[in-house]
Design a protein around this ligand. Structure first.
Ligand code: DAH
Length: 421
C-alpha cells in the first residue's frame, strides 16, 4: 500500500493501515503468512531469541521489542513507538535522536529487519514486506516532522526578528583630509607650478646636518633658540663619523643640504621640503611638534628679486590674489642677507585688526640668500652660483587660512573641531 503524508495526524502516525492487515491485531497476524499448523518445522540448532526450534506448533507469544520471534518482529509495536517518538520530538535535535534510535545503522528497525532473515523461510516474505512498510512509514513521518519543525522555527524567527525597513540606514562615517594636510598639499601644488620639486628628509637628524652645515657651529648662540630634543646616546647608537650627536630635527633646513649633496653640483637646485620638526616649546601658539616647508633655489645669477617674486606668487596662491608681501631685514645664520616676510593681514586685508595687532601685517616665514658657507657645505661654489632659501610654518599658514587661533587644536584630533573643515 502507499503512504500519503497528510496534514495533522496521518494514518501512519496513528499506526493504522500499514501493518494492520499483517500483524496489527492478533487475529490478522497470519494473513500473509502461513497458518501455524501448516508451518514447516526446520530442524536446526536453537539460536538465542529463536524459539522455532523447540516450539513446533501453535502461535508463540511475541514479546514486544524482541525481534526474531517465531512470528517475526513486533512491527506494530515498533511502528507505534517510532511514530510516537517522531510526534513528540519538539526540536530538530530530538528528532534526529529518534531517527538514529529507529532508523540508524544500529537502530531498532534495521535490527528487526535483520532478524527477519532468521525466520523460517516461508515467513520471511510477509515479515520482510511488513518491515519495509514500517521503515518507509517511519522515514516519511520523520521527513514530515522535520519540515513541520523547520516551518515552526521559521515562523518563530519571522515573528521575533522583525526588520523595520523604514528605519534610516547607518551611514558609514567618512573621513576627510586634515586642514594641515590640505594646506601642505596646497603649498606643494603652488610651488610645483613655479617649478619646484618636493623632497623629504629624516626627522632624526645629526648635529652636522641640523646645525653645522647650516653655518651654526657648536657654541653658536642661534642654537639656543632651537631648544632641541637630543636622543640619548643609548638610543642614538654610533653617530656617523664627524656628524655629532643625533636629535629630532629642529627645522626642515637640513634637507637643503641633503638635497644639494644629492644633486652633486647639478643646476638648478629647486626644491621644497615639507615635514615635521621638533622643539621644546609648548603654549597656545607653540607645539613641541610642528610643520615646516623649506624651499631652496640655487642657480647662476639668482637674486633677492627672484626670492620676492616667488614668495609673492606663493602668498597670493595661498591667501588670495589681493595679498601683498613685504620683507623686513632679519638674521639667520644660514642666509645673508636675511629677511622676515610678512603678508597683508588675511583677516582685515591690511587695515588693522586684533589678529594682526593693528599692524595690517602678519609674519609667515623667514628667508634670505643662501650663505656662502652653506653653498660650500652642499657642494656648490659660491663664486659661481647663488641662491635663495625660505622656511614657512605650515601650521601657521593653516591657522591663517582657516581662522584657527590655537595651534594645539590642529594636533588634538578632536572630531568636533576637525569636522568643520
Ligand atoms: N629654519 C628656520 C627656522 O626654523 C626657517 C628659515 C628661515 C629657513 C630662513 C630658511 C631661511 O631657509 O632662509 O626658524
Amino acid at each position: 500500500m502507499s503512504y500519503r503524508p497528510a496534514r495533522g495526524q496521518s494514518e501512519a502516525e496513528r499506526g493504522e493501515g500499514l501493518v494492520g492487515r499483517t500483524c496489527g491485531r492478533p487475529s490478522d497476524r497470519f494473513v500473509h503468512g502461513l497458518p501455524t499448523r501448516h508451518k514447516r518445522v526446520e530442524k536446526r540448532a536453537p539460536e538465542p531469541n529463536d524459539r522455532s526450534a523447540d516450539e513446533e506448533d501453535g502461535p508463540a507469544a511475541v514479546t514486544p521489542g524482541e525481534p526474531g520471534g517465531e512470528l517475526g518482529p513486533p512491527w506494530d509495536d515498533l511502528l507505534a513507538a517510532a511514530l510516537a517518538a517522531v510526534r513528540e520530538a519538539a526540536d530538530p535535535g530530538t528528532l534526529e535522536a529518534a531517527r538514529v534510535r529507529f532508523l540508524g545503522r544500529n537502530g531498532e528497525i534495521p535490527a528487526a529487519l535483520r532478524a527477519v532473515g532468521r525466520l523460517p523461510a516461508e515467513r520471511r516474505p510477509a515479515a520482510g514486506a511488513a518491515g519495509n512498510r514500517v521503515r518507509t512509514a517511519v522515514a516519511a513521518a520523520l521527513t514530515e516532522r522535520a519540515a513541520t519543525l523547520s516551518r515552526g522555527e521559521l515562523d518563530a524567527r519571522l515573528a521575533t526578528e522583525v526588520v523595520d525597513v523604514t528605519l534610516p540606514g547607518r551611514t558609514p562615517r567618512q573621513g576627510h583630509p586634515h586642514p594641515l594636510a590640505t594646506t601642505r598639499a596646497e603649498l606643494e601644488r603652488i610651488f610645483a607650478t613655479l617649478g619646484f620639486a618636493v623632497a623629504e628628509g629624516p626627522e632624526v637628524e645629526s648635529e652636522w646636518y641640523n646645525f653645522e652645515a647650516l653655518n651654526m657651529p657648536s657654541g653658536h648662540p642661534a642654537r639656543d633658540s632651537h631648544d632641541s630634543f637630543y636622543l640619548e646616546d643609548a638610543l642614538a647608537g654610533e653617530p656617523a663619523q664627524g656628524e655629532g650627536r643625533l636629535l629630532l630635527r629642529t627645522h626642515t633646513s637640513p634637507v637643503q643640504i641633503r638635497h644639494m649633496l644629492a644633486r652633486g653640483g647639478a643646476l638648478p637646485v629647486r626644491v621644497v621640503c615639507p615635514g615635521r620638526v621638533y622643539r621644546r616649546d609648548d603654549d597656545a601658539t607653540h607645539s613641541p611638534m610642528f610643520h615646516q616647508l623649506e624651499g631652496i633655489l640655487v642657480d647662476r645669477g639668482i637674486s633677492m628679486a627672484h626670492l620676492k617674486g616667488v614668495l609673492a606668487e606663493a602668498a597670493r596662491g595661498l591667501f588670495g590674489a589681493k595679498t601683498r608681501v613685504r620683507m623686513r631685514p632679519s638674521y639667520f645664520p644660514f642666509t645673508e642677507p636675511s629677511a622676515e616676510v610678512d603678508v597683508s593681514c588675511v583677516f582685515c586685508g591690511g587695515t588693522g585688526c586684533a589678529t594682526c595687532k593693528g599692524s595690517g601685517w602678519i609674519e609667515i616665514l623667514g628667508a634670505g640668500m643662501v650663505h656662502p658657507a652653506v653653498l660650500t657645505a652642499g657642494g656648490y661654489n659660491p663664486e659661481e652660483v647663488s641662491g635663495f632659501a625660505f622656511g614657512i610654518g605650515i601650521d601657521r599658514c593653516a591657522m591663517l587660512r582657516f581662522g584657527i587661533d590655537q595651534m594645539r587644536l590642529l594636533f588634538e584630533g578632536d572630531l568636533r573641531f576637525l569636522e568643520q573643515f
